[in-house]
Structures are given as structure tokens and as C-alpha cells.
Design a binder for this molecule. Structure first.
Ligand code: SF4
Length: 99
């Protein structure tokens, strides 16, 4: 979605490296996701590991690119939509708040 947004969205500047940095940030967050392989869709996540500015930016990217993905990558889109419906797993114990 980031690549699509960067290349096609009229509001994006494809040459400034900003989206490469955002992509690298997102990959790092995925690698370090507290849910590991059980990761829910970030939109459903109760942790929100993105700083608010980046989170808003990703929302903007997804709002624009999400509907356009259906035509370019229909299978990926369906898988993403299914992923979005999965229940959020419980946080691993070491990340839960102690009572
Ligand atoms: S927002 Fe939640 S699901 Fe997404 S990478 Fe961060 S911790 Fe994992």
C-alpha cells in the first residue's frame, strides 16, 4: 500500500525518501511486534506501537491505497480483509499490566 501510495497518489512526493523511511519504520515495528506470529491487524491492536504522527500518516495511506489495492492485488486485499476480522489475541504475559 505504501508503494502504491508513493507512486500514484497525487498528494505524495515519490522522490523525497520519506516513504522509504516510513516503510522501514513499519517493517521494524512488524519485526518487533509484541504479538509475534499472532499479530492482529494493526488497526485492531490495543497496543498501538506507532507514534501518533506516523499512525495518522499510515491511516491516510491506507485510506487512499486500500480501495485501489482490490484492482491491483485482489488476493492480497482479500487476505488483508480476512486478517482484519481475526480476533485480537491476548497480550503475551510479559507485556500485560501487573495488577
Ligand atoms: S500496532 Fe500492534 S499489531 Fe501493529 S505492529 Fe504494533 S504492536 Fe503489532
Amino acid at each position: 500500500m505504501l508503494t502504491l501510495y508513493q507512486r500514484r497518489c497525487p498528494d505524495a512526493n515519490p522522490d523525497d525518501g520519506h516513504y522509504d523511511a516510513l516503510y522501514a519504520f513499519a517493517e521494524k515495528r512488524l519485526d518487533r511486534c509484541v504479538f509475534g506470529t499472532e499479530k492482529p491487524a494493526c488497526r485492531q491492536c490495543p497496543v498501538h506501537c506507532y507514534p501518533s504522527a506516523k499512525r495518522e500518516e499510515m491511516k491516510q495511506v491506507m485510506r487512499w491505497a486500500g480501495p485501489r489495492m482490490l484492482w491491483r492485488h485482489p488476493l492480497l486485499t482479500v487476505l488483508h480483509l480476512l486478517d482484519d476480522k481475526k480476533p485480537v489475541p491476548e497480550l503475551p504475559e510479559k507485556y500485560r499490566k501487573k495488577k
